[in-house]
Write a protein that binds this ligand. Sequence first.
Ligand code: ARG
Length: 459
Amino acid sequence: MAMWGGRFTEATLAEFRDFNDSLSFDYQLALQDIAASRAWAAGLLQAGIINQQEAQQLDAGLADLAVAIEADPTLPLQTQEEDIHSWVEAQLTAKLGAVAKKLHTGRSRNDLVATDLRLWTRLNAGYVRQALLSVLRALLVFAERAGTDVMPGFTHLQRAQPVLVAHWALAYVEMFKRDLSRLDDAVARLDVCPLGCGALAGTGVAMDRHTLAQRLGFAQAAANSLDAVSDRDYVVELSAAASLCMTHLSRLSEDVIFFCSGEAAFFKLGDAISSGSSLMPQKKNPDVFELLRGKTGRVLGHLVAILHVLKGLPLAYNKDMQEDKQGFFDLMATWQQSLLVLATVLPHLAVNTEQCRRAAELGYSNATDLADYLVAKGVPFRDAHELSGALVLKASAAKVALEALPLTEMQQVSPLITDDVYAALTIEAGLAKRAALGGTAPQQVLWQLKQAQQWFDAL
Ligand code: ARG
């Protein structure tokens, strides 16, 4: 039975009900709806709308309902109620009779659903936060384990300059640190209580909304009722934070997929996280990283969807807003699961130290070091760039590395080159020079790792 049937003379059409009802997904808000209702009942007592005994009855009835939901979260799905708010009220009425009918005094499902979803978001953002911390921890361990292993660094996916593997891992640490701060920012901003704003114009009950907000653990009460019932900024903010974080996961995954390819072979996937092919017996596929990349698309889609739901809505509540939930629930679950999966698989990723080093030596990635060498001999950088390029041309025509060119051939290009050039062309020399803040020199990377570890431990 609908809770709002008084002014209706005809029964609702089954097709309309199916389309309109939200219980099949908002049942997940049961515990939040119960918590909000308990706080509201306490407020009704304080406002003199119900007496002590009624308040106690309501509170005990709601507490029992919470116990039942904890035992079986899908309990509401066994009923035909319109949404979770109707379900809670119907259950309470079945149990307590008349007193339950007083609970909805001065409130609306509009301020209630807005409150429930904020409570749910705050809780689930906490789970995502934990998962993000696991990823950060796993990356720091990976970076530490990689030690001074060196690999080619790329621009345009062309070998550019050698970098430490740890430097690569720490780049993602920086990204996930920003994601963490974006998550914390969004949670701080959503810490506002819409309950007591009624359907749109505010509650008719003399409600102490500050105490009400405190009871639910909110930092403050919403200042404007029209805004409070129709604000879903926090859904957008969390979805945007998720989208960016998933984009980082996706880029990391793309790197790993390439690094695990036969062509690169920088990383080795452990058997425990690889899948085979039904046809090709030799295959070991990085499905897990492909799925992380793929799930990113799904999360980005949810962000776009909620922005589109909201963009044309007049104030205040509109039923379009019911569309805020399914995508968002899926987004938060996908985000959390993807982070936890990444944290779990990272330890199963091994660096192929020799292959990484071999690859770092290829592709003339010490050509910049040769230019820098000439700069140190007094050649202006632009000219040094030209001379180094000419030597790359010479070496590639001879199909050898720069450091394999005999000194006499190098001196034909620049007489300033002497025997010490060979030391300058080693990987170690190239790395060691990049010791300014943020660079890939081993000492610098070690320092960056220490900084990140200290930051993490202080969280
Ligand atoms: N199921 C609704 C939602 O999720 C609850 C609010 C209903 N409000 C209304 N005025 N019909 O948005």
